[in-house]
Design a protein around this ligand. Structure first.
Ligand code: GLY
Ligand code: MN
Length: 360
């Protein structure tokens, strides 16, 4: 079966050449999978102008041999960073790019010392991320499946919301269903927040039990075939009072405005502004305490960031979340989140769960 990995490495090598680098090192597992198919947890990948090497420890060397092709597998000897440095020293002179956001100061010092003075180190973060953020059609097809699956899990979870059930019970059911229905796991710790706890955008599920007349925020994602999805819906237990309906309408309009704005050629900052503008119109913008969204793919949070002032222009192949919310301390929170794929001339909403206020 033809895999995409060699072609992706070729694309990265073209970038490496433009930057005048001899190679690039990554310690991010999502990058390894993207470029080689390796699914291990520990190691460092070196993509050089000619050739590639994966340094990993004894737990993963056999797996790496099985999962990759065209990559030299180097068994770690001592610490990871000293192994990488020593291997590079053996190659002679070179200029190696690294991502300062991935490597600690201590690791960097070890790399520099063990590689020796003939290897120069250049901060070159974002090169692999800039490839990863433009998805291939097969990646979008997989993300479509991940988005449909998370929607099914969410719809099933809504049926479990009854007064008396606890947040942690709902979260446990959700994560059980994910795996039962084919996901390799949750894309992040499932958020289930009842009542005033929903005013915390990233509340951790607690022992709190659901009562009548409370808001419920459910935010969940699955990993399916390596790719993530991410969805949020908010429901009300009982008949929502006028104030909650108004807030919900504002968030729903803000979300629709941002989805409508998300097109190839538009900056991420403009997508964020579309959501924020609607909430400002409702005088609720001060309660919108996070950014509008984020890139989604092999990782749940990746480039591009959909936040205030972001100049990055959306291109066909980007997949982002759109997830405005309002969070009123002591009262509750409302968030609506969908996953959106940007195509030339159109935008596709991958998550397919209704967005109207659900009262249960
Ligand atoms: N849905 C969780 C997050 O985006 O952080
Ligand atoms: Mn999200």
């Amino acid at each position: 079966m033809k895999t995409p990995f060699a072609q992706r490495r070729r694309a990265l090598r073209a970038k490496i050449a433009v930057k005048g680098l001899s190679g690039i090192v990554s310690t991010n597992p999502a990058d390894w999978y993207y470029l080689t198919g390796f699914t291990g947890e520990a190691g460092a990948l070196l993509i050089l102008r000619k050739g590639a090497a994966l340094v990993t420890d004894g737990r993963f060397t056999a797996q790496a041999e099985e999962e990759t092709s065209g990559i030299r597998i180097v068994k770690q000897n001592g610490s990871l960073t000293s192994s990488v440095g020593t291997w590079l020293r053996g190659l002679g002179r070179g200029k190696i790019g690294f991502d300062a956001a991935q490597i600690s100061v201590e690791q960097f010092r070890t790399l520099r010392r063990t590689a020796g003075a003939r290897v120069r180190w250049v901060a070159a973060g974002g090169e692999i991320g800039s490839l990863r953020q433009v998805k291939e059609p097969s990646e979008i097809a997989q993300m479509r499946k991940a988005a449909l699956l998370v929607g099914d899990v969410l719809s099933a979870a809504l049926k479990l919301l009854k007064p008396g059930v606890s947040e942690i019970e709902i979260a446990a059911e959700i994560e059980y269903q994910m795996r039962s229905w084919g996901a390799s796991g949750p894309a992040f710790e499932t958020i289930v927040a009842f009542g005033t706890r929903s005013a915390h955008p990233h509340a951790r599920p607690s022992e709190k039990r659901l009562r009548k007349n409370e808001l419920v925020v459910l935010d969940l994602g699955v990993i399916l075939g390596h790719y993530c999805s991410d969805i949020t819906r908010t429901v009300f237990v009982g008949r929502a009072p006028a104030r909650i309906r108004r807030w919900y309408r504002a968030v729903q309009e803000a979300q629709a405005a941002a989805v409508g704005a998300a097109r190839a050629g538009i900056t991420c900052g403009d997508v964020d502004a579309a959501a924020r503008g609607v909430l400002a119109h409702y005088r609720l913008d001060k309660y919108f305490v996070h950014s509008t969204g984020h890139g989604l793919g092999l990782e749940v949070h990746e480039d591009p960031r959909v936040a205030r002032g972001q100049k990055r222009v959306l291109v066909s192949g980007n997949v982002i979340t759109i997830e405005p919310g309002v969070y009123v301390p002591g009262v509750g929170g409302i968030r609506i989140e969908d996953d959106v794929a940007v195509h030339a001339g159109r935008t596709e909403v991958l998550t397919q769960v209704p967005r109207n206020l659900i009262e249960i």
